[in-house]
Write a protein that binds this ligand. Structure first.
Ligand SMILES: [Zn+2]
Length: 451
């Protein structure tokens, strides 16, 4: 069981340069020792083998006479490449099911996670699907309130979701909690499924940048700027669908984006309005993600990313992780959406931005309508096979599966290190201008006379 390093950090300090280097070491070891082949060797190697020796290991690992795989044996190619490249899904809502259906009580016989569950995700099917890493969404519903400063239970409920997600991860030895990209690579190399946290909407931060910082300290590594409601930071796609009005990112939202860059908290543009996407891409110093989204060019829902935004990922360095939610993949005939429809969206994004800017964010357990043929988390290899059948190379599929996600995550860590250590930027103290301070009626000593 891993104890989060961030919990011991008093002020959300970025990782140091040495921690960043660990990623490359971990990657070389995984390449030399394919997953499941010698997981114990991985652990020993990681401690004792210096970087110089890894090059040797790399070649030794490749040299044994392994039976060659036919280029048209797509399943064998998929199985082989997913032994050295982690397949990382950007978004899974299982923690929300734990809340809504089990009241976050997960122990004993209440959650037969090693056996088959009725939903999309359990351990047996995760292994079948060759999953190497998962961002678990610690989502709570958008508030239905009149004024944005009205009190809500959002922060409390989000803390409960972070709590239940961590307890869930710790309960299963097959899962390994991670808050760095190097940890995810090491966990994968050890045969575990790296498990990370993402918050799905800044409504969960209680209109407070300080709360964003505390989420980072608790291990959250991406935040979606909105869910299906506006908040003081940004406009949601659903608002544009309902009203036709798109206010984009607010001034407070700009401060929030700058702080997320400074922290190394990845910015997720799923669910936000198109203007919000464009506003963020103008100012973000770090690559962004779409943790679960499709292409507006193929399905004209504002929930999907438009072509010009996907093109901009090339300069921003970010990724769009395509989902399997059929109602957004094919608006006219969602019941017909299948693995080929998902492949259509991936190839559309690739045509605009290239294989360096795509990923997978299934949205499993967050919707009942999943593309036909994929059905649940055991279905990822079917998608890889479909992509290869259309001409995707092993290198293309490796990028899509997880290399791109890890690159974006590492880049966020590197930018945070620069902003905090090199540029010495302090935590943002901006407040939403509509924020009301709870009054205090008693007498207090004067902190600064005359202020
Ligand atoms: Zn969502």
């Amino acid at each position: 069981m891993e104890v989060s390093q961030t919990i011991r950090r008093p002020h959300a300090v970025a990782h140091d340069a040495q921690q960043l280097q660990e990623y490359e070491q971990a990657r070389q070891i995984v390449l030399a020792n394919p997953r499941n082949a010698s997981s114990s060797l991985f652990k020993k190697s990681f401690i004792f083998i210096p970087l110089l020796g890894m090059t040797l290991l790399f070649w030794v690992g490749l040299s044994p006479s392994q039976p060659s795989i036919s280029s048209t044996d797509y399943r064998a190619r998929t199985d082989k490449l997913l032994k050295t490249t982690p397949l990382i899904d950007g978004h899974n809502d299982l923690p929300f099911l734990l809340r809504m259906q089990l009241d976050n009580q997960i122990y004993g016989d209440r959650l037969p996670f090693r056996e088959k569950l009725g939903s999309h995700t359990d351990l047996r099917r995760m292994k079948e699907g060759k999953l190497g890493g998962q961002f678990w969404s610690v989502y709570i519903e958008c508030p239905d309130i009149v004024h944005l400063d009205d009190p809500t239970h959002n922060v409390r409920d989000t803390l409960e979701q972070i709590d239940v997600a961590k307890r869930f991860i710790n309960e299963y030895s097959e899962l390994h909690y991670c808050d760095t990209a190097s940890c995810a690579m090491k966990a994968f190399g050890s045969g575990s499924i790296a498990s990370m946290l993402g918050v799905e909407g800044l409504h969960q931060a209680g209109s407070s940048i300080a709360v964003i910082r505390q989420f980072y300290d608790l291990g959250v590594r991406y935040i979606t700027l909105t869910h299906n409601c506006d908040n003081p930071f940004a406009t949601a796609a659903s608002t544009v669908t309902m009203t036709g009005k798109d206010g984009g990112l607010t001034d407070f939202g700009r401060a929030g984006v700058e702080e997320m860059n400074r922290l190394g908290m990845m910015i997720d543009l799923s669910h936000v309005s198109h203007r919000t996407m464009r506003n963020v891409l103008e100012i973000s110093q770090s690559p962004v993600i779409f943790s679960h989204t499709g292409c507006y060019g193929l399905a004209k829902s504002f929930r999907n990313a438009p072509d010009d935004v996907i093109v901009q990922l090339k300069t921003n360095g970010g990724i769009i992780m395509i989902y399997f939610a059929s109602k957004f993949l094919d608006l006219e005939h969602p019941q017909n959406a299948n693995v080929e429809t998902v492949a259509d969206h991936i190839f559309h994004a690739v045509g605009l931005a290239g294989w360096d800017h795509v990923g997978i964010g299934g949205d499993f357990d967050g919707t009942i309508n999943i593309a036909n043929g994929i059905n649940d988390v055991s279905g990822y290899p079917l998608l890889m096979v479909a992509l290869m059948r259309r001409g995707a190379t092993d290198e293309d599929v490796r990028k899509l599966a997880g290399e791109n996600m890890l690159r974006v995550w590492r880049q966020n860590e590197i930018v945070a290190l620069r902003l905090q250590k090199t540029e010495g930027i302090k935590p943002a103290e901006d407040r939403w201008e509509g924020r009301v301070q709870v009054p205090y009626q008693g007498q207090l000593p004067t902190l600064i006379p005359g202020y």
